[in-house]
Design a protein around this ligand. Structure first.
Ligand SMILES: *[C@@H]1O[C@H](CO)[C@@H](O)[C@H](O)[C@H]1NC(C)=O
Ligand SMILES: *[C@@H]1O[C@H](CO)[C@@H](O)[C@H](O)[C@H]1NC(C)=O
Ligand SMILES: *[C@@H]1O[C@H](CO)[C@@H](O)[C@H](O)[C@H]1NC(C)=O
Length: 776
């Protein structure tokens, strides 16, 4: 009795102490997919309902569920990784669990190797405008039709592997996504053609035959028939071809593949091998073709030793596909030395490289898998990390096989997506394009951070491959990188799961963290994490329109302000979310006002300048203050409390400008028509959005043009004056009365520009050219 108690006492702490990753039997780098799969496997084995003889089953299961709940939530997982279990607010939130059948049934496609599980964070990126076509099953584990369809869907995925992407979205898991896509019933099957955004709902019967027929028809593949004469010429290598040829043999006496099977072969080797079909007449076929010949493979016309290859007695199309893959050239085995040479010399080609360890037995499959990628515009190589450990180490490779890409120009990146063919193909296609972004080795990162980067400017992204906002940000970063030449800014990524020390040392608190390094200056990227904002941020740093005020320049710039200038200042803290949203609007405000020399738009980072902000009495962020015209230094302040979009802020600021825009009534308007001056009139409706957008631009333009008078007419009030206006806003320029050709003809010209500077330019052009030529 004592003994038993003692043993229990020892065992329980042991169970409690076990690492969450160990409990689930996964690596630290495991993706969400892997986590769910591991959990499902364990859940149905260890569920207390199935282990009633184990008194610890309940505790163990709670422990398992807790591990899963933490690791599947990226925020909790991050805390757990940083601080262990103590980092979680384990205020003994009661962990509960469902019945055994729930776990058995709620993960329909997690185990399947052919069906791609899509989640909210990768759905749009993958499916929209994809280079392949997609067929997506939106399902709910609660719906019985969904369970009935599952075996069929898995089979379809297997049959269409490498041809069409067959996917599934669990709508219980990703409700928001399914709502957004407009799913009203389960299961809903939607097909997307290549490069399209809009899918077609499949409404046919939910049988394998019907679904396959639909999918194969969508492939749009035609397999040409060849004549006996053409066959003869092909077999003698007398026809010049761009690609190798596969001739499928059919005929009454032949064991020919079905029409659909032929389509699958052709689609699998699309752009790699041209597939044709030859039909033998009755018993008469070609002398070289026997009754069990399924196909003939013809290598490239100019191959060094040319010989047709006969594929006889193929058991099924998979056997044929495998045989055909064997004919295609093997990926090249590379050493670390080759890698360096390619990196330094081959600036025009991309290499897809598979890093592996192990023996040749595994490698055969890998070779076959790789060959399927050769259609995607990259050379193929493989590196044995057992033999080239130093290189693999340097590149941060810690699992096998893993795919990396050496891009044109020498940048290297690892694939963080899944190791499925589909994801790797996507990785290749993006990698070939984005040559200005690279994964940094510890060495490279250190030299950049220490500033010995030869005047190169770097945009750095610190991330972890398992954090899904990081993966999303990576794709935004790639898109932004396309906008800049490496001579202006380079993009580098630092994987904090590999470069742990480096990230610790630089005090990286959260992922992703991004910053721009230019010489000795570091600028934190605190805008919302989109490609557009990255581009705006970098352009702003290259060509600043917002003045950064610090304790060093504050006194001499703002505190000594003259009455002829105005300052508008955003006091912010980089951690505050509304400040982050404001930051990009603020840059837009500054850009709009940049042509006015009397306006200064500035910002103060109150985290870095705490005492400065305290001295100005800043207590909440963001805090927008204007130091208006007519006041000196800090003597007068106007506070802004409106909406924090650039339009609202700009409209507010322009109200403080010297008055140059006059509100016209009908009498004023008659004066305009008879005026000695050039007038420009804005006909507007207060409620129209484009009119509201025009208002500050018009006000700024008025400041830019000395000799032109600006007026506006509210067409809600003065319908008579606005009778000739069809769209709002309309800007009309009126020539001075004495310069009109004819008194009755009210010569007026519509201005089409919509921004202040463009309005100014258009008017100046009219004054300088058109009016002169008219002898006005
Ligand atoms: C943890 O719990 C304490 C008190 O219950 C709370 O003050 C704190 O904000 C919590 N921390 C996190 C990270 O949730
Ligand atoms: C054969 O021709 C193709 C293009 O027609 C070319 O890409 C390939 O390098 C040639 N191969 C040999 C061995 O000459
Ligand atoms: C880096 O700094 C230099 C010198 O101050 C400047 O000319 C350049 O535009 C900056 N580049 C970027 C991307 O910020």
């Amino acid at each position: 009795m004592y003994l038993v108690t003692f043993i229990l006492f020892v065992i329980i702490p042991l169970i409690r102490g076990e690492d969450y990753y160990e409990i689930l039997g996964i690596k630290k780098s495991a993706g969400q997919d892997e986590i769910r799969r591991a959990f499902k496997k364990l859940a149905i084995v260890h569920h207390p309902d199935k282990n009633s003889d184990d008194p610890n089953a309940h505790d163990k299961f709670i422990r398992l569920t807790t591990a899963y709940e933490v690791l599947k939530d990226n925020d909790l997982r991050k805390k757990y990784d940083l601080y262990g279990e103590n980092g979680l607010n384990d205020s003994n939130k009661k962990q509960t669990y469902h019945s055994w059948s729930y776990y058995q049934n709620s993960f329909i496609y997690e185990d399947d190797q052919h069906v791609i599980n899509l989640e909210e964070n990768d759905y749009f990126e993958n499916v929209m405008n994809s280079d392949s076509s997609w067929f997506v099953n939106f399902y709910s584990p609660m719906c019985s039709h969904c369970h009935h369809l599952a075996p069929t869907w898995k089979e379809v995925a297997k049959l269409l592997d490498g041809i069409m992407k067959i996917a599934a979205v669990n709508c219980e898991y990703d409700r928001q996504l399914c709502y957004q896509v407009g799913i009203r019933a389960y299961p809903t099957l939607i097909h997307f053609k290549k490069n399209s955004q809009h899918g077609v709902h499949y409404t046919g019967e939910k049988s394998q035959e019907a679904i396959m027929r639909f999918a194969l028809d969508k492939l749009n593949i035609h397999i040409p028939e060849i004549s006996i004469l053409q066959l003869e010429l092909f077999l003698r290598n007398r026809i010049f071809t761009q690609r190798p040829i596969l001739i499928l043999i059919c005929g009454d006496q032949q064991n020919c593949f079905t029409f659909d099977e032929r389509l699958i072969v052709a689609a699998t080797f699309d752009k790699l091998v041209d597939v044709k079909v030859f039909t033998c007449e009755n018993d008469e076929c070609h002398e070289k073709i026997s009754f069990n010949t399924h196909a003939v493979y013809l290598p490239m016309h100019n191959a060094s030793s040319w010989e047709p290859v006969f594929f006889n007695s193929m058991s099924d199309i998979n056997a044929l596909i495998e045989k055909l893959l064997e004919q295609l050239p093997d990926p090249r085995e590379l050493t670390d030395n080759d890698f360096d040479i390619i990196k330094k010399t081959e600036f025009n080609v991309a290499w897809l490289i598979c890093f592996y360890i192990g023996d040749m037995a595994n490698l055969k499959d890998l070779n076959l898998q790789m060959k399927k990628f050769s259609i995607n515009g990259a050379n193929l190589g493989k590196i044995n990390c057992g033999r080239n450990g130093q290189l693999c180490n340097k590149l941060g490779i810690n699992r096998y096989p893993v795919w990396g890409m050496l891009k044109p120009g020498g940048a290297f990146e690892l694939n963080h997506g899944k190791a499925t063919n589909n994801d790797i193909i996507k990785f290749i296609q993006i990698g070939v394009k984005t040559t200005n972004i690279r994964a940094l080795s510890a060495e490279e990162a250190l030299s950049i951070l220490q500033g010995d980067n030869e005047n190169k400017v770097w945009f750095l992204d610190w991330y972890s491959p398992w954090c899904s906002p990081c993966i999303r940000f990576l794709s935004e970063l790639r898109r932004a990188s396309l906008e800049f030449d490496a001579s202006i800014v380079r993009f580098g990524t630092i994987d904090c799961t590999i470069h742990t020390m480096l990230c610790h040392h630089h005090n990286i608190q959260h992922y992703p963290t991004a910053m721009l390094l230019n010489g000795s200056n570091t600028y934190q990227f605190t805008l919302q994490k989109t490609a557009v904002n990255i581009i705006q941020f970098i352009n702003e740093k290259r060509n600043p329109s917002v003045v950064e005020l610090t304790s060093e320049n504050f006194n001499h710039k703002l505190a000594k302000k003259k009455s002829k200038v105005m300052w508008i200042v955003d006091y912010f803290a980089s951690w505050c979310a509304p400040c982050q949203r404001l930051a990009s609007e603020w840059i837009a405000v500054a850009k709009s006002l940049s042509s006015l020399s009397f306006v200064n738009v500035a910002s103060v980072d109150c985290e870095a300048e705490a005492s400065l902000c305290a001295s100005q009495g800043i207590r909440s962020y963001p805090n927008i203050r204007m130091y208006p015209l007519g006041s000196e230094g800090l003597s007068k302040i106007a506070l802004y409390n409106g909406q924090r979009d650039s339009l609202s802020i700009l409209t507010w600021i322009t109200k403080f400008f010297p008055k140059k825009v006059y509100d016209l009534n009908p009498t004023d308007y008659q004066r305009v028509l008879n005026s000695e001056y050039i007038w420009i009139v804005d006909f507007y409706l207060p409620q129209c959005w484009h009119c509201q957008k025009m208002e500050p631009e018009f006000a700024i333009a008025a400041q830019l043009l000395e000799k032109v008078k600006f007026g506006r007419i509210n067409c809600n009030f003065y319908m008579h004056e606005c009778a000739h206006i069809k769209v709002f806003p309309t800007l009309i320029l009126y020539k001075p009365k004495q310069k009109r050709k004819n008194r009755n003809n009210i010569d007026n010209i519509r201005i089409t520009a919509t921004t202040a500077e463009a309005i100014r330019d258009e008017i100046l052009e009219l004054i300088n050219f058109r009016m002169k030529h008219d002898e006005l």
